[in-house]
Design a protein around this ligand. Sequence first.
Ligand code: NAI
Length: 338
Amino acid sequence: MTIAATLIEGDGIGPEITDATLRILDAVGAPIDWDEQVAGVGALESVGTPLPDATIESIRRTHLVLKGPLMTPIGSGFRSVTVALRQEFAMYANVRPVRTILPGQRYENIDLVLIRENTEGLYVGYETTIAVGDDPKAVAQSTAIVTRVGCERAIRFAFDYAVANGRKKVTICHKANILKAVSGLFLDVGREVAQEYQGRVAVDDVIIDACAMKLVVDPWQFDVIVTTNMFGDILSDLMAGLVGGLGLAPGANIGEHTALFEAVHGSAPDIAGQQVANPSALVLAACMMLEHAGEPERAKRVRDALEHTVREGIHTTRDVGGNGSTREFADAVSNRVS
Ligand code: NAI
């Protein structure tokens, strides 16, 4: 059966890593009918808006997206398109697994999953600046929105994920000592939901700052971590660092009706257009998409081929110690799956 999916190649290194990913998916015979759409800076330049209606409509039709990274201007300019898509399609759970592929790193045998609440918190973007005297930006204000429903669906997703994937423990990560309302609600709901999984999944909780320290000192004490939007954003980059960097970290945004798969990393403008970007994170995200769409066998073939190629180290990109190009790495993985 053919799978209909929307493809957004993205900005910066997006076109290079998307091309690499499509070559590998072709090689494995993934039966995907792509509807190619634009978003981000590319879309702003070509159609005058970073999130065109045609892209939204395509996602409404396919409910399934593979997306390259999208650039967001810092400080001013348009708001994050990735965040807008998560909110528009209520993709409330962001699944970010990190697993050691490359031996000889600072940490061995890492196998963790971060589940990030994906639609609420400070990232709702309720921000304003207040003028005082002749300073138009004397005060800046941002409002976090956290709802019981939003907490519950993300936390329940984390526990269900743990059960479905044979995970033993869920750690609720919060800042309820200081942010007593917004983070306190997340922790309260977390403890309530945890009771329903008693005897099946262990639970503990940790304050975000201590969690960051513990992840660096002894990451093996964790299994699944569930946390709020911004903490999850920060922690998932830290966790990618445990397994060799952002080039190896995939992510899935899951909602009730729509799922979007992407790399954890951004558009990496510092290396764009040079064919040195590691496409592995997007390829691994595509594997998560294949599994989600009922193609676990092809997902496994791609993942095995990718892991083998990374471990072999002959065609790897420079971020993981090699000197292969993006395309050379993709060809090496393709040759292994086909
Ligand atoms: P970034 O993740 O793009 O890059 C951070 C560092 O990691 C850079 O040194 C980069 O060269 C390196 N890196 C990232 N991906 C790599 C890959 N596949 N292979 C090799 N090296 C890689 O983060 P940065 O620079 O803070 O953000 C750049 C832009 O990306 C910003 O506009 C930001 O808003 C956007 N962004 C988009 C995301 C998305 O679409 N989901 C997620 C994160 C950032």
